[in-house]
Write a protein that binds this ligand. Sequence first.
Ligand SMILES: O=C1O[C@H](COP(=O)(O)O)[C@@H](O)[C@H](O)[C@H]1O
Length: 260
Amino acid sequence: MAEITTATTAGKKKAVEVFDSEEALAVSLAKYTADLSEKFCKERGCFTVVLSGGSLIESLRKLLEPPYIESIEWSKWHILWVDERVVPKDHVDSNYKLAYDGFLAQVPILPGNVYAINDALSAEGAAEDYETCLKHLVNMKVIEASSVSGFPKFDLMLLGMGPDGHVASLFPGHQLCNENEKWVTCIKDSPKPPPERITFTFPVINSSAYVALVICGAAEAVAVQRALGKDQNSDVLPVQMVSPEGELKWFLDKDAASKL
Ligand SMILES: O=C1O[C@H](COP(=O)(O)O)[C@@H](O)[C@H](O)[C@H]1O
């Protein structure tokens, strides 16, 4: 049985849902994503979905089954990545490869609507190139622009979190957490390998219409406690900086929520 807490602070909606198992979480995440797909396809004629790497992809598996595999308007989906490792697309560390093998290869999303980074470029070049790609999609009105921030406003951003509280490739204490002009930037000293990555910045993450933070496992429990429990620590974790214009929903399994 899932336990749900909702709150509205400063006009922002936040919900936290704790599931008995990762399986139950995956079922709920599929319905949540399918409902948003229906809403945005109806309202905008398309649905922009931003993926993370890591364990998130496995948690999307229920979308590959009935009823969603038949009912979702896959041809209206546009897929981007909140972060990517600067490695070839067929490399074991590639977030594109992870998503392709585990999800994209099994759904009829149009290949032209899948925006992978250019893996022939340096980290700086790939970040600039991806930002140019986002600007083009905003001009084409595939991605909305936020009337509040001017940054791109994605329909749904699906974020994971590492045990250290990092989201995307924004790591605790790293100066990139404070980047407030660029849309996409690069990191060359990632504490988690591989060291070179590109990542959306917080202004882009926080301009989203919907953000789902999908977190499973006991290894994440301390960071979840710091973010959602009564925390005395004054250092702010990246996950605590996620505060979208629209709605934020935490999907936690009971192990990740075990210290709450
Ligand atoms: O390196 C990364 O890690 C995070 C968290 O991954 P997880 O396996 O602990 O869920 C992921 O969200 C990010 O996209 C990835 O590049």
